[in-house]
Design a protein around this ligand. Sequence first.
Ligand SMILES: [Zn+2]
Length: 209
Amino acid sequence: MVHLSQVAVRGVCQGVCGALDIAPIPHLASPLKGEESKLRRCSVTWASSYNPRHFQPHTIVMHITRRLEFDAGHRIPNHNSQCKHMHGHRYAIEVTLSGDVIATEGDSAQGMVMDFSDVKRIANERVVQVWDHAFLVYRDDTVVLDFLQTMPNHKTVVLDVIPTAENLAQVAFDLLNDAYRDTYGNHLKLARVRLYETPNNWADYSRAD
Ligand SMILES: [Zn+2]
C-alpha cells in the first residue's frame, strides 16, 4: 500500500493504461471512486500496483478567451507584392487570460477567472477602440505618414514597427499586459494575444511561462 500523505497528485499514468488522471486527494490509500476499474487496466490492483514513478505530475491551468473585431487600414511598405498597397482588414483579436477560478463565496466573479465583460472592456479601451477605423502606419513609412498628415483629423496610429499581424499581436500584448491585474489573488495573467489579419492568417504572441 502506498500513502502520499498531504500530496495532491494530478497525473497521467505512464504505465499500461496511460490515461488515468487523478484528482487532488489528501492521500492515496485507495483509488478514487470510479477510477478503480481504470487502475486495474494497469494489469494489477491498485493496492499492490500503484507506483508513484508511473505518475508524472503536471500543472493544470485554466484559460479564458475573449474575441473582439475591428476594422483598420495598413500597408507593408517593403513587401514585394500586394501588401505594399494601402488596404484594410477586418481584424480580430483574441485575448487569452490564465488564472485560477475565483472561489470567493458570493462574489459576482465566483466561478470565473475574470468576468468576460471586464476582459472585453479592457481590450476595448487599450486596443480595439484605438485601432478601429484607424490607419496603422509604420513610423518610417514617411510617404504614407506625410500623406495622412495632410488629412485633417484623420485617425492615424503610428507604430514603431511595420504593421504585420505578428507585430500587431506583440504591440497589443504589450498594451494589455499590465491591464489585467490579479485583484483576487488568483494568479490572473495575460497569456496570449492572437491577432487575425484574415480568417486564415493570424499570429500568436504568448507568454512563455
Ligand atoms: Zn494587409
